[in-house]
Design a protein. Structure first.
Ligand code: NAD
Length: 358
């Protein structure tokens, strides 16, 4: 039997309680996983003098597969996002976020089966940002010849042929491998003609290579948001630059019932990090309250990535059954949020383990 080496970053806020449940549930699938637990985030700064210690990166580089609980990012001040740093350091250029309706999850929509493919390394997330009054900001303002107020802070939006071609190819290859029919590229190229324009230009070139196998279309981001809430069934695989991808992922998570059930993966060449779309929900820290489903479904994606298809299917089925029955589910899955029959994070995990054993 294969033993898989997997790095586990428990996360902070509610991360550790969710991660420990997911670890137990994955073990109960029978797949042998040798977990290497490594810590990152605000809570380890005192110990390591950085929120992203080197041993985290070296562990993931060695094991090539990681599961991560959410990590808090301070707003406005403090360190930059560890989540973004991990994606950049490990060159995890593709963010894959499947959004599927599960029976029993309260949502305005049913039968949704969409996959959002978000570029992870470029765009306004590249971290090329200058504060108001800095030399760099002032230089750029002077190049712009009166188009920018003199006291502006500046964020730069790089979109390259290299970054776009690898993400669009990833989306098309995913579509082929997963029996999908269509890829929709989304930008605001009517306004950002050079950056978003390049994204469409490159996407069109790559789409030609898949002609006859996978359909291709383009949408503008504003129209796409409206289309997704009016006719989500028209879409299949959606590929977007980083910032639009971030926003549309949450929109699509909302279509299928919210962050509690939205899994994700960040993938590079031969390396993958699995995590939920949601954050650390710090207000619920230590309360054994939040929903473990999103990270569990990320675990299902991880099992598939490890070629443990049977275990992935068994776990997916157990999660779907527990949700459909609606008994052993967390507060956010009950019709009323203060429903006293809601169970905790741990108890939902235990119900899923029992279901797998039936
Ligand atoms: P959040 O996703 O943590 O929480 C928003 C709200 O959604 C919560 O208050 C809660 O009501 C609900 N929620 C989230 N996860 C849930 C779950 N598993 N079960 C039930 N309800 C859940 O978003 P936020 O409050 O904007 O961010 C908190 C922190 O997390 C921030 O520091 C942010 O930067 C970080 N964050 C991390 C990641 C990541 O690790 N990849 C992703 C997003 C946000």
């Amino acid at each position: 039997m294969t033993i898989h080496n997997v790095s586990l970053i428990p996360g902070d806020g509610t991360g550790p309680e969710i991660s420990s449940v997911v670890q137990k549930v994955l073990e109960a699938t029978g797949v042998k996983i040798n977990w290497e637990v490594v810590e990152a985030g605000a809570d380890v700064i005192d110990k390591y003098k950085t929120p992203l210690p080197d041993n985290v990166l070296s562990s993931i580089r060695k094991n090539k597969v990681a599961l991560k609980g959410p990590l808090t990012t301070p707003i406005g001040t403090g360190f930059r996002s560890v989540n973004v740093a991990l994606r950049k350091e490990l060159n995890l250029f593709a963010c894959l976020r499947p959004c599927r309706s599960y029976q029993g999850v309260r949502s305005r929509f049913a039968h949704i089966d969409l996959v959002v493919v978000r570029e992870n390394t470029e765009d306004l997330y590249a971290g090329v940002e200058y504060p108001s009054g800095s030399k760099e900001a002032n230089d750029i303002i002077s190049w712009a010849k009166g188009k920018i107020f003199p006291d502006a802070a500046i964020s730069i939006k790089p979109i390259s042929r290299t970054g776009t071609s690898r993400i669009v190819r990833f989306a098309f290859d995913y579509a082929v491998q997963n029996n999908r029919k269509k890829v929709t590229a989304v930008t605001k190229a009517n306004i950002m003609k050079f950056t978003d324009g390049l994204f469409f230009e490159v996407a069109r070139e790559i789409a030609k290579e898949y002609e006859g196998k996978i359909a291709y279309e383009e949408k503008l981001i504003d129209n796409m948001c409206m289309q997704l809430v009016q006719n989500p069934e028209l879409y299949d695989v959606i590929v977007l630059p980083n910032l639009y991808g971030d926003i549309v992922s949450d929109l699509c998570a909302g279509l299928v019932g919210g962050l509690g059930v939205a899994p994700g993966a960040n993938m590079g060449e031969g390396i993958a990090l699995f995590e939920a779309v949601h954050g650390s929900a710090p207000k619920y820290k230590g309360l054994n309250k939040v929903n473990p489903t999103a990270l569990l479904l990320s675990g299902v994606m991880m099992l598939r990535y490890l070629n443990e298809e049977k275990a992935a299917e068994k776990l997916n089925h157990a999660i779907a059954s527990v949700i459909a029955e609606g008994q052993s589910v967390t507060y956010d899955m009950k019709p009323q949020r203060n429903d006293p029959t809601a169970v905790g994070t741990r108890e939902m995990g235990e119900a899923i383990i029992r279901k797998m054993k039936m």
